[in-house]
Ligand binder design. Structure first.
Ligand code: ZN
Ligand code: ZN
Length: 492
């Protein structure tokens, strides 16, 4: 008696018990005792002495159960002492295992009808006791009983033999171990390990990239941080690999090149691989646009973390419309249809120039037909900067024929033989006016980049429209692109 009885699979099926391998020996002991109780119970009415004998056996079993509990309380205490992290090799990647103590759940069985309630586990003994009493003793419609409660070893209530002086009837506890529902990442359940009486699951990680967005100027760099943590924000105990790449959105930054997939330089990330927590340096190109930094971690629940980088010259505004100038270029179907962006200070200087050009007497030119000096056409303003500034690749090939035009302080004014161009007779006076508005004769070469020297050895010469003028064209070239390129701010 009191042996550890092993149930056959067949028996388990018959009585409908879902044994987990971790079910306590106490339950098996109880089952053995319970069978005997059942036999004994049938004889109960015949003799009280035998019941007494059974009671003694129960007591013996109870003592063993008590000892078992003592042992396992120690186990649980040890398990709680640390969340053990052990490394296992799963495939190629190392993984960590998270270990937590199991939860012990209790049920109560009647000595006579021990089949009744094995699947109604409660979190505590007293809950199990009350549940059993209410469900199976009261509802079963037996003659009146009185609930006594849980005395730590038995669940007790009076029975209808009380008037015969027979002891209170009692149910016996039954327990099993269950794994708790995980608080963190509840989608991945714990698995019970009977050998260690613990619950385990593979530890998962999450990846973050901080900050998640940044704005930098074209050509500048920015530091991001990739961090892998456990889902409860602890450092991984192993090296969790992370790879990093940079991408750029097609048609972003004012470059509507009609691409489906961005073909431009995506910028540089360094390093492209790391682990756990590390700095990532992103260096943009001179071309403005929306870049993304994507960090990838196969062992992380979120797999990727993305940071957005707006590469742009901030604070550019579209040039306000005015009766003193007209806009050209930037047609809707062009790759750079928003070409008229400047800083507010630069736009203000452009307006002053335009007003001067229309209002000052010196710019009036003789109309050959009427022989009257007339006010010239308004300035025709071509490319300034793109909406976000940066390299203005007028040929939509990402290269840089517009050497500047990057920061919203430079603008081209038509000065060829087309409608609205500055009349060649006004070039000299126009440059003087630029000196006044933009600042100082010495700055002329700075704000008139087309005032270039002839290339040594080249047959192509810059033909000046007039001596000392910076506007010119190359020998034999058509004059269609002739323009003033004016630096509105910062000319020296
Ligand atoms: Zn472009
Ligand atoms: Zn220009």
């Amino acid at each position: 008696m009191g042996q550890c009885v092993r149930l056959t699979e067949e028996t388990k099926k018959i009585i409908g018990i879902q044994y987990s391998k971790g079910e306590a020996m106490s339950t098996l002991l109880f089952w053995a005792t319970g069978n005997r109780q059942q036999a004994t119970g049938n004889r109960q009415q015949a003799t009280g002495n035998r019941q007494q004998a059974t009671g003694n056996r129960q007591q013996a079993t109870g003592n063993r159960q008590q000892a078992w509990l003592q042992k396992h309380r120690l186990t649980r205490w040890l398990a709680k002492l640390f969340v053990a992290l052990s490394l296992v090799v799963s495939g190629e990647a190392l993984a960590e295992v998270e270990t937590v103590p199991p939860v012990q759940k209790w049920a109560v069985a009647n000595g006579v009808n021990s089949l009744w309630n094995f699947n109604f586990y409660q979190l505590s003994k007293s809950e199990a006791c009350l549940f059993f009493y209410n469900t199976w003793v009261v509802n079963a419609g037996y003659p009146p009983h009185t609930y006594i409660g849980d005395n730590g070893t038995y669940c007790r209530w009076t029975n209808f033999f009380d008037h015969l002086g027979i002891a209170a009837q009692q149910g016996i506890y039954w327990s099993k171990y269950d794994c708790p529902d995980p608080n963190v990442n509840p989608d991945v359940p714990y698995t019970y390990r009977p050998a260690t009486n613990t619950c385990e699951r593979e530890l998962k990680y999450k990846l973050t990239l901080t900050p998640d967005s940044a704005t930098i100027e074209p050509g500048q760099s920015y530091e991001f941080t990739a961090t892998v943590t456990t889902l409860d924000d602890k450092q991984p105990g192993i090296s969790v690999p992370v790879s990093v790449k940079a991408e750029v959105e097609a048609n972003s930054g004012g470059h509507d090149h009609g691409e489906k997939v961005a073909k431009r330089d995506k910028g540089k990330v360094s390093p492209a691989n790391g682990s756990n927590s590390f700095q990532i340096n992103f260096t943009s190109t001179q071309v403005s646009g929306i870049h993304t930094i994507t960090a990838t971690c196969d062992q992380c629940v979120n797999k990727t973390a993305v940071a957005k980088v707006n590469v742009m010259v901030a604070s550019l505004e579209t040039i306000p419309s005015s009766a003193f100038y007209a806009f050209i270029g930037g047609e809707e179907d062009k790759p750079h249809h928003d070409n008229h962006y400047l800083t507010p200070a630069a736009a203000e200087r452009l307006l002053v120039m335009a007003i001067n050009y229309r209002s000052q007497q010196r710019f009036k030119v003789l109309d050959w037909n009427t022989n009257i000096r007339v006010t010239p056409s308004v300035l025709h303003v071509n490319d300034a900067s793109l909406m976000w500034g940066g390299r203005f690749d007028i040929k939509a090939n990402w290269t840089n024929p517009h050497i500047t035009h990057m920061r919203g302080i430079e603008v081209d004014i038509r000065a060829n033989d087309e409608v609205g161009a500055i009349d060649a007779r006004n070039f000299k006076a126009f440059e003087k006016m630029l000196d006044d508005v933009v600042g100082g004769k010495t700055g002329r070469a700075k704000y008139l980049l087309e005032c270039t020297a002839d290339k040594p050895g080249s047959l192509l010469k810059h033909e000046r429209k007039a001596e000392n003028l910076c506007i010119s064209r190359l020998t034999l070239s058509p004059d269609t692109n002739r323009h003033y390129h004016i630096r509105l701010i910062g000319a020296k």
